[in-house]
Design a protein around this ligand. Structure first.
Ligand code: ADP
Ligand code: MG
Length: 592
């Protein structure tokens, strides 16, 4: 007898749900997209327990009549395409007709909807694919869909959900993407009764970025526009000095749809080439508009990837537009003053009277205490004398080097020094990075890093998601010797910073640290994460390539090299030192 059976419809939906409904954030995304397709101008999202308990999306869009409400939760039902011709030019966010059916197959769903031309609303409930009957209800125009206890009949998938903090972080990410692409929308996000975002409609993009990220980031963005060859590009692009450790802050939209793709990322990277370190990523908000017929969105279940018919053209337009803007802009980094001004700005609209008073008092304090040369203790180069006395090394090799001065620095990047049987070339940055890495890990193994209080705390803004990251990593941050204190709504200040990282700029460091914890926190174990953090710290605190060193500094570096284990490679695995033997030289010069 044959083994093959046709799966029943509920099984088919559950399998489809595996692709579309990865976690609560995917539900939020699908529901918000449906609201936008329904022409809504206002969307309110209410979440409980990271979406585990409740996801509710209310809109003021077109609504559904009773017949449509009943049908919408069936698989492959959509009002957005009718014929195969429609598939060739999709202007809506949805079209596959599987989101609602998938969601309703893995949770308890209740939908209440009312069309603008209807005297009353209708209500339908579906419990993991078991559909109840339609009943009348009372409600405003529009649609509310509530999704409760996601995956409650699929314990394996429910177990896979992360903490409420992590899940709400993913939800905020989707909220952010939709908010960036839809300035006309009034959008609110509430988690466990707390309002995380309330964005008013008709907001200018820069203002929206300021509310979703920070005013500091928004103010520094460069604006560029281009309309050529059927492709309209608009971008608010970050300065190279505002780069990040991952490409998470690259938001690319194609006709209002958030997309990711190798080609666009590559174009962005190329545009910034030479202006940014190879392992850093620029912040970019990029909006591309082109005819719907010129690309295919039907290549990925979540529609995050698209296929352009003329990839090269899109690539060159994006690259050219961004690159040109960077070429005509003076990118000289401005000296960073401690955050007296941003402290004054800490009063965002929701700021209460009390926090405003505190912010004012702080700003006044900063004004009185300017200029602030003391801050330099964290960024200035140590003097030769300080270098020499820093470790008080009494190493015989070091002393003989010192007296004989047998080394040179070339191109302000490499040090050449003789050895007993030849000579070595040292990459000053790579070696110093390794040394700092070793010192940091040794100290951390023993206790926490020693820190020094900043005379003037440096303040910076964070998003709600970043604040959650910060809160879930307080132990690690404390161990690193970093002290952060709340300093107004969505604003924190660095109050103490590790002495060993004196060369790094505290606010930049903390920002990168949070990005790193955000991106890698969920995928790495504690040890792996700590390792990444130490790598980053060492890289930031190390002498740079291109930095002229005094004799004392070079001597110190060579002495530290002798004292440190594993100096052969930098923490990223690149060699720090290349050895040449006399024998090899003699061979090259045909002396043997
Ligand atoms: P798709 O969006 O791909 O069409 P969905 O399963 O997400 O598929 O939705 C099915 C249909 O239900 C949509 O085509 C639309 O007609 C209707 N619908 C879903 N959500 C809403 C909403 N918020 N307002 C009005 N109609 C909706
Ligand atoms: Mg949809």
């Amino acid at each position: 007898m044959g083994q093959i059976a046709v799966l029943d419809q509920n099984m088919v939906n559950m399998i489809a749900a595996g692709e579309v409904v990865e976690r609560p954030a995917s539900v939020v995304k699908e529901l918000m997209e449906n609201s936008i397709d329904a022409g809504a101008t206002k969307i309110t999202i209410t979440i409980e327990d990271g979406g585990r308990k409740l996801i509710s999306v209310t809109d003021n869009g077109s609504g559904m009549d009773a017949e449509d409400s009943a049908r919408a939760f069936e698989p492959h039902t959509t009002s957005k395409i009718k014929t195969s011709k429609d598939l060739r030019a999709i202007s809506t966010l949805g079209f596959r007709g599987e989101a609602l059916a998938s969601i309703a197959s893995v949770a308890q769903v209740r939908a209440v909807s009312r069309r603008t031309d209807s005297p009353g609303a209708n209500c339908i409930e579906i419990d993991c694919g078991n559909k109840g009957s339609i009943s009348p209800a009372s409600s405003d125009y529009g649609t509310t869909i509530q999704v409760r206890d996601i995956f409650y009949k699929l314990p394996a998938r429910r177990k896979f959900l992360k903490t409420a903090n992590t899940e709400i972080g993913h939800i905020i990410e989707h909220f952010t993407r939709i908010a960036l692409a839809n300035g006309h929308l009034d959008m609110t996000l509430i988690h466990n009764g707390r309002e995380l975002y309330r964005l008013v409609s008709q907001q200018d993009l820069r203002q929206r970025i300021s509310e979703l990220f920070s005013s500091e980031l928004a103010e520094n963005l460069l604006e560029v526009e281009n309309n050529e060859k059927g492709i309209r590009i608009f971008s608010l692009m970050g300065r190279p000095s505002d780069s990040r450790t991952s490409n998470k802050f690259q938001y690319v939209f194609l006709n209002g749809r958030f997309i990711r793709g190798k080609f666009i990322s590559h174009a962005i990277k190329e545009a910034y080439r030479g202006n940014i370190e190879p392992n850093r990523f620029p912040v970019v908000f990029l909006f591309i508009q082109m005819p719907y017929e010129d690309y295919d969105v039907n290549v990925h279940p979540t529609k995050i990837e698209v296929r352009f018919y003329n990839t090269n053209l899109v690539h060159s337009q994006v690259l050219g537009t961004l690159r040109e803007k960077l070429l005509v802009t003076n990118l000289q980094t401005q000296a960073k003053l401690p955050s007296a001004t941003s402290a004054a700005k800490a009063e965002v609209p929701q700021a209460g009277h009390r926090s405003r008073e505190i912010a004012d008092a702080m700003a006044e304090f900063f004004r009185k205490h300017k200029p602030i040369p003391t801050q330099q203790q964290f960024t200035r180069e140590p003097t030769d004398a300080e270098w020499a006395t820093k470790y008080k090394v009494k190493d015989t090799k070091y002393e003989s080097l010192q007296t004989q001065r047998k080394f040179i620095q070339i191109h302000d990047s490499f040090i050449i020094a003789p050895t007993d049987d030849g000579f070595i070339i040292i990459d000053q940055h790579a070696l110093h990075e390794r040394i700092i890495y070793e010192i940091l890990s040794k100290r951390l193994r023993e206790s926490k890093l020693e820190s020094q209080r900043l005379l003037i705390p440096e303040s910076f803004e964070l998003t709600e998601a970043q604040i959650d990251v910060l809160k879930s990593n307080t132990g690690l941050i404390e161990k690193l010797g970093i002290e952060l204190v709340p300093f107004g709504p969505r604003t924190y200040a660095v109050q103490a910073f590790p002495t060993l990282l004196a060369k790094a700029i505290p606010v930049d460091f903390v920002r990168d640290l949070i990005d790193l914890l955000d991106c890698k926190g969920a995928i790495l174990d504690t040890q792996g994460l700590l390792n990444e953090v130490l790598n980053m710290a060492a890289c930031k605190a190390a002498i740079k390539a291109g930095q002229k060193l005094s004799d004392n500094e070079i001597e110190q570096l060579l002495a530290d090299r002798e004292k440190t284990e594993f100096t052969g490679r930098c923490p990223h695995g690149r060699p720090t030192t290349i050895k040449f033997s006399i024998a090899e030289l003699q061979k090259q010069f045909k002396r043997t």
